[in-house]
Write a protein of this length. Structure first.
Length: 302
């Protein structure tokens, strides 16, 4: 049974859903201000410094736990449907993960749609990865992590890195990766009564904003379900059992396994979309963070 503490995220999502129902023509600035409160459910990890930096031409934030290994790094992509969220909304979440792993993290403030539609977000992530390499980080000392749209980016960025013939990172850890406008997953129906935030209609509308007028929903750099995973590094996926997009995770995992990739996937019963944001608040989120750390530390040599 879900912990009482995990209900804080459910309450937040219900508030958002009610606000969108009451204001179906909500403007993008209004929606972004609403999403700015995503990190309210995340406790401060403590012992972590946050330093804004220009990662080449992209705004980013160093997340630096006290006493961490500065030669290893997590490249982080925040969620928000490619239209909202920021390095600020997810500062504390990535602080918890970096602290548990014992390394630095770089959170990327990639461009948001509709101002910066696909492929701007994945291009920004690849450019940030290239910048890390230029700073002297080795590819096998870098792991990607992200949630929702950021979870998708933690997969599509690897595909883009491969396409640009850059060295492949050590691992990637998507949380609830989102397939955007592709709503073919059966869990949109089977979990329609349990997911209090995400619906098929929402994904179709926001996904189209992300793709822009000429975008292809089957583009493997936009949709993790369409990636050829051959040659990918190890993947660890987490997703909540109540999520409408649960099948985006399970189907991506199955595709990667068929391609011979080392894949681990954990489905957390009764958890909502991106429940890891409750790190420091709910035991399920703390468990998830510790599982990520335990999985990736040996891969990074920590």
């Amino acid at each position: 049974m879900a912990s009482p503490e995990s209900m804080e995220l459910t309450t937040l999502y219900k508030t958002w859903a009610a606000a969108q129902t009451a204001n179906p023509n909500m403007s993008m600035p209004e929606m972004r201000r609403m999403f700015d409160h995503w990190g309210d459910v995340t406790a401060e990890p403590g012992g972590v410094d946050y330093i804004e930096v220009d990662a080449g031409s992209i705004a980013a934030m160093w997340v630096v736990p006290k006493g961490c290994n500065a030669k290893k790094v997590l490249l982080c992509a925040h969620g928000g449907g490619y239209v909202a969220g920021s390095m600020y909304t997810h500062r504390k979440l990535f602080g918890h993960i970096a602290k548990a792993v014992g390394c630095k993290a770089l959170s990327v403030n990639y461009g948001l749609a509709p101002e910066s539609p696909h492929p701007a977000p994945v291009n920004d992530m690849v450019n940030a990865y290239r910048w890390l390499l230029e700073q002297g980080f080795k590819s096998n000392d870098i792991a990607l992590v992200g949630d929702s749209a950021g979870g998708a980016l933690s997969l599509t960025t690897v595909a883009a890195i491969r396409a640009q013939k850059l060295p492949i990172p050590a691992a990637t850890m998507p949380m609830s990766p989102w397939a955007g406008a592709d709503t073919s997953g059966a869990s949109y129906d089977t979990n329609s009564k349990t997911d209090v935030l995400v619906t098929r209609g929402m994904s179709e509308i926001i996904g189209q904003l992300f793709l822009g007028p000429n975008g292809d929903p089957k583009d493997p750099l936009a949709n993790p379900l369409c990636i050829d995973y051959k040659g990918f590094p190890p993947i660890y996926i987490q997703v909540g059992g109540y999520e409408a997009v649960m099948d985006d995770s399970t189907r991506a995992a199955e595709s990667a396994k068929r391609a011979g990739v080392n894949v681990k996937i954990d489905i957390f019963p009764e958890m909502q979309h991106c429940f890891e944001l409750m790190a420091g608040t709910a035991p399920e989120a703390d468990d998830a963070v510790q599982r990520m750390a335990s999985w990736v530390k040996p891969i990074l040599g920590l």
